[in-house]
Design a protein around this ligand. Structure first.
Ligand code: NDP
Length: 290
């Protein structure tokens, strides 16, 4: 039988991208699925993004992730957007469908997967710290999933208002409240889900504390952090100490990776295998988190 040395290619485009661990997680998924696909990490400067997408198209990439600073700029070079990417106006996962390159946003979907494993988001009151890219993706996906109320807590009023307007303009059926931070915010006792969607606590500032007072929340409150390095942030530790269930940032990272692989290959990888590959990279368990 003739041999086939052509391997389906997927990639991550970003700058700086050298410390992005996605390749490890996706290649672990391909290996676990037993498929001979490749995932390559590519440093692409903003002025080269158009050529990079043209190249991906010409070379028949099955798809690629986009990270900082390309999540918004890439839209101009694509043929269409999925529903949430179109509301968020940011793309982190491009999928080749026929001859078209379609932009999807899997950040919020990956996060939502973690929530759904634990409870139905419909009708919940969510308090979310942050209004940047990750927060926007999470907010839109939670709104599409039918949460009742979203309290956005953000340091910059302008950015907070931007997210509030985005949700209102998309005519999503939920109550949205904006709290502009002035010192610390006391999370109300009726919060069902509390999320840190900021970079506070991200390596190397691992001891930075969130401007949130959690003393009023119930033990039934679900707590989540987008920060994945370290995976066990102060928020995650505090949540566990209060008897709350918690979703760490690694779970979101793996969740969006699972959806990306499904989009590209049509197969569902084992999230545990993907998580373990990341834990190895971050030295979790050996006490050498970086
Ligand atoms: P952005 O720069 O778009 O947004 C940053 C957010 O954090 C803003 O709301 C900003 O507030 C807030 N913030 C940052 N520092 C402070 C501070 N000292 N005090 C108060 N607020 C602060 O970043 P992203 O949304 O893209 O990323 C946020 C985090 O999410 C990062 O750590 C990233 O690694 C993580 N992430 C994790 C993913 C996962 O899969 N687990 C996926 C995507 C992102 P302000 O508006 O006032 O500046």
């Amino acid at each position: 039988m003739a041999q086939n040395f052509l391997k389906p290619i997927t990639a991550c485009l970003g700058q700086p991208v050298a410390e992005n661990p996605t390749q490890v997680m996706i290649e672990a998924a391909y290996m676990q699925l037993g498929i001979d696909w490749r995932y390559i990490t590519l440093e692409v400067a903003p002025e080269n993004l158009a050529d990079a997408v043209k190249g991906a198209r010409a070379m028949g990439f099955a798809g690629f992730n986009c990270t900082i600073p390309h999540k918004v700029a890439v839209i101009d070079h694509l043929d269409g957007l999925g529903e949430s990417a179109s509301v968020i106006q940011a793309v982190n996962c491009v999928v080749r469908r026929g001859v078209q390159l379609i932009g999807e946003n899997t950040d919020g979907k990956g996060f939502l997967e973690g929530v759904r494993k634990r409870r139905n988001p419909s009708g919940q009151h969510v308090v979310m710290l942050g209004a940047g890219g990750a927060a926007r993706a999470i907010a839109v996906e939670l709104a599409l999933a039918g949460i009742r109320k979203l309290t956005i807590v953000n340091r910059s009023g302008e950015r907070g208002l931007g997210l509030l307007n985005l949700l209102e303009n998309a005519q999503l059926q939920l109550e949205v409240e904006l709290v502009v931070l002035d010192g610390s915010y006391t999370v109300p006792s009726d919060a069902d889900i509390v999320i840190n969607a900021t970079s506070i606590g991200l390596f190397p500032d691992v001891d930075a504390r969130l401007p949130l007072d959690l003393s009023q929340i119930a033990a039934t409150t679900l707590v989540a952090d987008v920060v994945f390095n370290p995976a066990e942030t102060h928020l995650i530790k505090d949540a566990h100490a209060m008897g709350c269930e918690a979703i760490d940032g690694l779970e979101m990272l793996v969740g969006q990776g699972v959806i990306g692989v499904e989009y590209w290959c049509g197969q569902t990888p084992d999230p545990e295998v993907m998580r373990r590959s990341l834990e190895e990279v971050f030295g979790i368990g050996s006490g050498s988190e970086r």
